[in-house]
Write a protein that binds this ligand. Structure first.
Ligand SMILES: Cc1cc2nc3c(=O)[nH]c(=O)nc-3n(C[C@H](O)[C@H](O)[C@H](O)COP(=O)(O)OP(=O)(O)OC[C@H]3O[C@@H](n4cnc5c(N)ncnc54)[C@H](O)[C@@H]3O)c2cc1C
Length: 472
């Protein structure tokens, strides 16, 4: 039966967010019947609260910063930031005022049924929502995403702190902001708000910003942030938070005290499996949902997206939904693999990485060689006056296979395309050396790092450049 009241369908999708919607539309277009259950907005985090609106903000902040860079190079620009223009674009163009009726219509016009509500599994191929029980002929796909992880800090409960949702929907900005967490999201949003005139302090417990990435990337970002007046406190923990005096006051483990009008908590994401009825199909309710290489979690149950804990990115979530669609529609698809997941941080300088880091190579005792080419000393970096950034490649010493790579600097998220393809196809350095790089390009820095040009040419710009070096 197709139509808006059906209680049985080929597939039930629990959580019609980023990948839940993507999968549903694929299945509906293939002629299957689908019931989608969504607790909030059809389209999920990426569309309304994360990737799309945040990148819209970043674009605006970068335009401002380019204007501020004209002096001494191109002339004079009088740049006046106006947040209201960003807020308006996010409301009207990105999120439609956080209204999912267009997405619901897109779903239902294909013959599917959307139920707004919080659903749970009630046994194999069975889901309940409100007082309805729904059954699936083929199976259930669960994709309920992740939530902000709020650290257990003394006093935090009684403070009206911001999460990313509050930044994305902010119509006005505070004068000052403390950002808890110097990971990708804290750095991206902190820099945006700083460029719009907010006095930003980022507090990160690890010894450096972006602790999961290469130290060269962290250093580049720290240098850029310092130049923009963003205060960065690394290697320090927030021990207490208090807002009884109006402003937010925090005390760090070092004893330092900081205060600001607002505080953004950006200390990562967590997955909460309780309340989803997983016990009714014999699955644990802690950690992430375990899936195999075809995204099966149990008989007649698939899982995808953030809740699988593979890598919390939209591109991973929709990669997984493609695998499930193929599995359900009995089409060919390579099994899931995660050794070449691209990681992009859209700060300025951007950071783009794939595969293992040098630290991971060391931990694993791998026999690798590493080259680091600083972006300001690549031809294009020098031409464009890039002040920070580096390209780093890590290759197996015997076979020359590229195992990991990272770029920081302008267009690093685009350079990542070449690096990801190379790691994904297990390309060798010889392959990367023998190709022709357009000159002068930022991605050409990869060729420069691995010696695609004669070392003599390289040292014109960077006398310290040594090329690939073994690590022990
Ligand atoms: C600020 C920010 C910026 C980001 N930027 C990027 C980026 O630039 N690039 C990138 O690749 N990734 C980015 N991400 C990560 C990306 O947004 C997520 O990895 C992606 O949205 C996860 O998709 P999902 O389908 O797993 O979850 P979601 O999109 O969160 O969908 C899950 C859905 O399930 C619903 N749900 C939950 N429980 C139930 C229930 N019991 N019943 C019914 N429905 C339920 C929720 O309401 C939600 O709509 C960003 C994240 C944040 C927070």
């Amino acid at each position: 039966m197709a139509g808006n009241q059906m209680t049985e369908a080929d597939v039930i999708v629990l959580g019609v967010g980023t990948c839940g919607e993507d999968l549903s539309l694929q299945l509906l277009d293939a002629g299957l019947s689908v019931i989608g259950i969504e607790a909030s907005l059809v389209g999920g985090e990426c569309a309304y609260w994360a990737c799309i609106p945040s990148k819209m903000m970043i674009r605006a902040a970068n335009i401002l910063q380019e204007g501020r860079r004209t002096e001494g190079v191109a002339g004079h620009a009088d740049v006046r930031a106006e947040w209201a223009q960003v807020a308006k674009r996010i409301t009207t163009e990105a999120t439609g005022g956080w209204d999912d009726s267009f997405a619901v219509e897109r779903f239902e016009s294909r013959g599917g049924r959307i139920i707004h509500g919080r659903g749970k599994l009630a046994g194999p191929r069975t889901v309940t929502v409100g007082d309805e029980t729904l059954t699936a002929k083929i199976g259930v796909v669960i994709a309920t995403g992740s939530q902000p992880a709020i650290p257990p800090i003394d006093g935090l409960d009684s403070v009206d702190y911001w999460t990313t949702h509050d930044v994305i929907s902010a119509e006005e900005l505070p004068e000052s902001l403390i950002v808890l967490g110097g990971g990708p999201i804290g750095c991206e949003l902190g820099q945006v708000l700083s460029r719009f005139g907010v006095r930003v302090t980022i507090v990160e417990a690890a010894g450096r910003l972006l602790p999961g990435e290469e130290p060269e990337a962290s250093d580049s970002l720290a240098m850029a942030f310092e130049g923009e007046g963003i205060d960065v406190k690394t290697g320090d923990l927030v021990v207490t938070v208090d807002s009884s005096g109006g402003d937010i006051e925090i005390v760090l483990a070092s004893g330092e005290k900081l205060s600001a009008n607002k505080m953004l908590v950006a200390t990562g994401r967590k997955v909460d499996l309780t309340g989803l009825g997983l016990e009714s199909v014999g699955l644990p309710t802690a950690g992430f949902i375990e899936v195999d290489e075809r995204m099966h979690a149990a008989d007649g149950l698939w899982a995808m997206g953030d809740m699988t804990g593979k890598a919390m990115f939209t591109h991973v979530a929709v990669y997984q939904s493609g695998i499930i669609a193929a599995d359900i529609l009995k089409k060919e698809h390579a099994p899931a693999r995660y050794d070449a997941v691209p990681r992009a941080v859209f700060t300025d300088p951007e950071v783009g990485s794939v595969g293992i880091t040098e630290a991971q190579a060391r931990e694993q005792g791998l026999d690798v060689e590493v080259a680091v080419k600083r972006t300001p000393y690549t031809f294009r970096g020098w031409l464009d006056m890039s002040m920070t950034g580096a390209i780093k490649v890590i290759a197996d010493r015997k076979s020359g296979v590229l195992l990991g790579a990272s770029a920081s600097g302008p267009r690093a998220s685009e350079i990542l395309g070449l690096l990801t393809f190379a790691v994904h196809t297990r390309a060798k350095l010889d392959d990367l050396r023998s190709m022709i790089y357009a000159f002068p390009t930022f991605y050409g820095g990869v060729g420069e790092a691995i010696g695609a040009y004669a070392l003599g040419v390289q040292t014109v710009l960077d006398p310290e450049f040594e090329g690939l070096q073994p690590i022990s």
